[in-house]
Design a protein around this ligand. Structure first.
Ligand code: T5A
Length: 215
């Protein structure tokens, strides 16, 4: 598969803990881009394809997912990703579209690697196989303290958390730390925004950065 820099489109992924504001910021950025005359495809992980949505259901909602091993979890997330890359992301980039993805490979690096303690090299190898060289041009991390993230999730899920939302505060602290560590290793691709700021302020900061990258 050709490297994404050979495509006309741009690929921006959004990462962060649960409730960090990814969906909120993706819909705002999509609107800015459309107003500026760009074609936009917004997608999510796990999901974004019929196969990916079935896998999402098993990973997050179905009883069959209870007791899943960390290894199975990694392979299911990356199976959904492999399909999304080939069915949605690559064709959209080839058409010159801006692709916005709510989570991508960094979620596996952080949730399955840093938080579930799988061997980082194994996670990187499976991720690389799944994405086939298709990497985001920009990754936005929305950083929110764990207690705020969990409070937002509790408010949203009304007592019906999914399988991963039922994890401990210590797990989500590893997720947050994992994202901040990742940003330090890839400062050109990955930018951290303070997710506790008002949504309008974050929106403006992200839009400024994206305009620079699209120029
Ligand atoms: N996962 C995923 C892995 O373990 N490995 C992987 O490889 C992948 C791809 C996916 C789960 O799967 C895991 C990670 C996750 O546990 P999901 O349902 O997609 O789960 O859930 P999340 O990605 O966690 O998304 P959420 O919908 O929970 O949160 P968002 O999209 O980050 O946040 P958003 O925008 O919905 O906002 C949440 C609430 O906060 C408010 C909003 O109004 C909303 O009520 N809010 C703000 N409040 C104050 N200030 C702001 N700036 C705010 N922005 C938003």
């Amino acid at each position: 598969m050709p490297h994404p820099t050979l495509f006309a489109g741009k690929f921006i992924s959004f990462e962060g803990s649960e409730g960090s504001g990814k969906s909120t910021q993706i819909s705002r950025l999509a609107q800015h881009l459309k107003d500026a005359g760009r074609e936009v495809v917004a997608t999510r992980e796990p999901g974004g394809t019929a196969l990916g949505e079935r896998i999402r259901d098993i990973l997050l909602h179905k009883d069959e997912g209870d007791g899943m091993s960390a290894e199975s979890e990694l392979l299911l997330f990356t199976a959904a990703r492999a399909q999304l890359v080939r069915s949605v992301i690559t064709p959209a980039l080839a058409r010159g579209t801006v692709v916005l993805s709510d989570r991508y490979l960094d979620s596996s690096t952080v949730y399955q690697g840093a938080a579930r303690n799988l061997d980082p090299k194994a996670v990187a190898a499976v991720n690389a196989f799944a994405v086939g060289g298709v990497m985001p041009h920009l990754t936005v991390i929305l950083d929110v303290p764990t207690e705020i993230s969990l409070a937002r999730v509790r408010a949203r899920t009304a007592g019906q958390p999914d399988r991963i939302e039922r994890e401990t505060a210590a797990f989500f602290q590893k997720v947050r730390d994992g994202y901040l560590a990742l940003a330090k290793t890839e400062p050109l691709r990955v930018i951290v925004f303070d997710g506790t700021q008002p949504a309008d302020d974050i929106d403006q900061k992200i839009w400024t950065e994206v305009q620079k990258r699209l120029a």
